[in-house]
Design a binder for this molecule. Structure first.
Ligand SMILES: [Zn+2]
Ligand SMILES: [Zn+2]
Length: 204
């Protein structure tokens, strides 16, 4: 197999590894360019990618899981656990979505691995660089897949005693809660009883 493109000699091009991985695992997939989407092959791909980037510990420890309990999140990355969780709903979409999400999450682990315990912005420059290294330059922080949210009725209505903004909640408010906007505008963001939300009296 021939590598697809080489951006530059210093930039590691990972795309072509899929084909070699395919050959190595002898996987027959409906999507010729992609291995079967079980956690073992995804883990193997991530391990190989981490190794290519010189991140040996990440390569040894990384694990990819499908988490059926995930609702609207497409994927999650855990560090230092070096674990990636993917939402099985991704399989209902184009397989590109699985790979994009996997790379998005792997980029988080790559960024943390490179920066150790130093605090970094989750979708900051370190992550963006890792995305480029993994072949998804310009990746956005959030997905826009139409995962269905559980629709809950917000039947408890409250109103700010100062600005009359209406706030609806699924569950009744038990502790004193104040209007966020008013607290920010008039009280430096701190709670003040003057902006407390009061239960709305409905006339109908
Ligand atoms: Zn992210
Ligand atoms: Zn208010």
């Amino acid at each position: 197999m021939i590598p697809v493109i080489c951006v530059s000699k210093s930039k590691l091009q990972l795309e072509f590894r899929w084909s070699s991985l395919l050959t190595a695992l002898k996987i027959r997939s409906a999507y010729t360019a992609y291995p079967t989407l079980d956690d073992q092959s995804l883990t193997a791909w991530c391990a190989e990618s981490a190794k290519s980037l010189g991140l040996i510990e990440l390569s040894c420890k990384i694990k990819v899981y499908w988490n059926p309990r995930m609702r609207t999140t497409a994927g999650r990355a855990w560090w230092p656990d070096r674990k990636i969780e993917l939402n099985p709903k991704l399989k209902e979409y184009n397989p590109d979505e699985v790979w994009r999400t996997l790379k998005h999450e792997l980029a988080h682990l790559v960024a943390y691995e490179r920066n150790g315990r130093r605090r970094i912005d989750p979708h900051g420059i370190e992550w963006q660089t890792a995305c480029e290294d993994l072949g998804i330059p310009g990746e956005r922080p959030y997905h826009n897949l139409p995962f269905k949210r559980r629709k809950l009725k917000r039947k408890h209505a409250y109103v700010c005693s100062n600005c009359a903004t209406e706030i609806k909640r699924v569950r009744p408010i038990k502790r004193p809660v104040a209007c966020y906007d008013c607290c920010r505008k008039f009280n430096n963001g701190a709670y003040h009883d003057r902006f407390r939300l009061v239960q709305e009296k409905r006339s109908n």
